[in-house]
Design a protein around this ligand. Structure first.
Ligand code: AMP
Ligand code: MG
Length: 489
């Protein structure tokens, strides 16, 4: 084989250098007659893997876990987490990390199979995943990536022959997930609660080395890590709020140290603007509703702070004081970043204190009129939107005048305001009804036409195309009110 045809696995597993309380070595379960459902050739290329001369059957063998890539040393990771506020010991119950691929540009990415069988952390679960939920993760994670938001990514979905038991028997599949790492706030919580200070310090050093090596030079690296993770998570949640994304299950085990969106379960995009929007079937009290996401990330960060106490300072009181001092800045930092983002959505290059009134008045108008979050900003950009009528109402027109005056107060020209807006306002998001129709056709009828089309549409979410007008259409509001998403499917 010449170099051009080589697959080029370059797998390491730095996690194995950590104390063994943090993982268990285990191989993926073998799968009968695996079939490739989706493969992301662009992503493969980005991480230095060339599969141009690999057949679908061979890809299915590799990405089902049947045939381990060269250099793989599979492990399941140990972690805990606060789920809906309650501490639980968890771990990779249905995921196995094959190793870390070192890319040609020297980046390190976890290669993880999800839905590949039981591990010591499976508790009562079967270690499997449904085809529909893995296709869903593929689609939504790719959408988030193309929206320019840090996220784990999806390389492959491989169907297996086995039907698994959920509400009914369903097709199963394995997803290959690529992530900066799978270090979670819950990883720290697990070590802090059950292991010694030296293990906690090793985990912290590892996280810093892997994601923020510049922090090793600071006086108190674990404290600097805390501050940096807080900044990364603020940036991440602000981005979710920008595009109307509801993660749906922001447990601390689903909050990454790298600042990437991870764990796509009951997530969905909001259509009509309402901060209390919740789609997850188990989120009865709206803990993870759209508008509650900033408060929850702050709460999750306080769990990280708690877990780090032993390695911040020998004097516990002093450690708490140092961590609190950082956490204390959260509300101000979040609000400032959020306002700047909302101003950008409105085409404003600066954000002044008064702008909060302008922004909130628009949001309140949207809420009262059940206006579509995505399309309202497109209307401001003078792009065609499906429901024009709503934008003829007087309250909106009055607001529009205030906005135009504010725009006129900046020195940039109209074209520049438009460019700023189009960089922050997606034209296409994966609309719930479109996602469900595409998933149904793919998982129940083996028809991937709609799914592939949706993958194509979400891959350029900021570029308006007249032929994609159907993808701008919000669902019937009644149907969206009853729309439900699910967790461990
Ligand atoms: P998630 O809701 O995906 O964040 O999962 C929460 C926890 O449940 C994690 O420890 C998962 O590994 C575990 N889990 C979810 N589904 C399954 C399953 N089918 N079998 C075993 N463990 C699972
Ligand atoms: Mg999880």
């Amino acid at each position: 084989m010449n170099n051009e045809n080589k697959i080029s696995w370059k797998l390491e597993n730095s996690y194995l250098l950590l104390p063994d309380a943090l993982y268990t070595r285990i191989n993926p379960s073998k799968v009968d007659a695996p079939k490739l459902a989706m493969f992301n050739y662009v992503l493969a290329d980005e991480i230095g893997l060339n599969f141009k001369n690999t057949t679908s059957a061979e890809l299915a063998e590799i990405f089902s876990g049947n045939q381990l890539p060269e250099g793989a040393q599979p492990i399941a990771l140990a972690y805990a987490g606060h789920q809906f506020g309650y501490f639980t010991v968890l771990g990779d119950g249905r995921a196995i990390l094959l190793g870390e691929q070192i890319t040609p540009s020297n980046n390190r990415y976890d290669i993880q199979l999800k839905g590949c069988g039981q591990t010591p952390y499976s508790r009562n679960g079967d270690g499997k995943a449904t085809l529909s939920s893995m296709l869903r993760e593929y689609l939504i994670s790719e959408a988030i990536h193309h929206l320019g938001i840090p996220t784990s990514r999806s390389l492959a979905v491989v169907r297996s022959n086995e039907k698994i038991r959920r509400e009914q028997f369903m097709e199963s599949a394995i997803l290959t997930r690529i992530a900066g790492s799978h270090l979670r706030i819950g990883t720290f919580e697990f070590v802090s609660r059950y292991h010694d200070k030296s293990t906690l310090k090793k985990l912290s050093d590892y996280a810093i080395q892997r994601h923020y090596p510049e922090l090793l030079q600071t006086d108190n690296p674990p404290l600097a890590l805390f501050k940096t993770v807080m900044h990364q998570q603020i940036a991440l949640v602000v981005n979710w709020m920008r595009v109307g994304f509801i993660h749906g299950v922001m447990n601390t085990d689903n909050t990454s140290v790298s600042g990437e969106t991870i764990d796509y379960g009951p997530c969905a995009f909001m259509n009509a603007y309402d901060p209390i929007t919740v789609f997850s079937s188990i989120d009865h009290y709206g803990r993870y509703s759209f508008g509650n996401q900033p408060a929850i990330i702050q709460w999750n960060l306080s769990c990280l702070a708690g877990a780090l106490i032993p390695i911040i300072h020998d004097d516990e009181k002093k450690a708490i004081e140092l961590l609190n001092e950082i956490l204390h800045d959260f509300p101000y930092l979040y609000k400032t970043a959020w306002l700047k983002m909302m101003c950008s959505k409105l085409g404003l290059f600066t954000s002044q204190n008064d702008d909060i009134v302008l922004v909130e008045d628009l949001l309140n108008w949207m809420k009262f009129n059940k206006a579509d979050f995505t399309n309202t900003f497109l209307h401001l950009q003078s792009l065609p939107v499906p429901d024009e009528e709503i934008y003829q109402n007087d309250a909106y027109k009055t607001w529009l005048q205030r906005w135009q005056l504010r725009i006129a107060s900046e020195r940039q020209d109209a074209e520049m305001h438009k460019q700023l807006m189009s960089a922050h306002n997606p034209v296409y998001i994966p609309r719930n009804h479109m996602v469900e129709t595409a998933l149904k056709a793919a998982s129940e009828n083996d028809n991937y036409e709609l799914f592939m089309r949706l993958v194509e549409v979400i891959s350029k979410p900021y570029a308006y195309k007249a032929e994609y007008s159907a993808y701008q259409q919000p669902p019937d509001p009644e149907a969206d009110l009853h729309y439900q998403t699910f967790c461990g499917t």
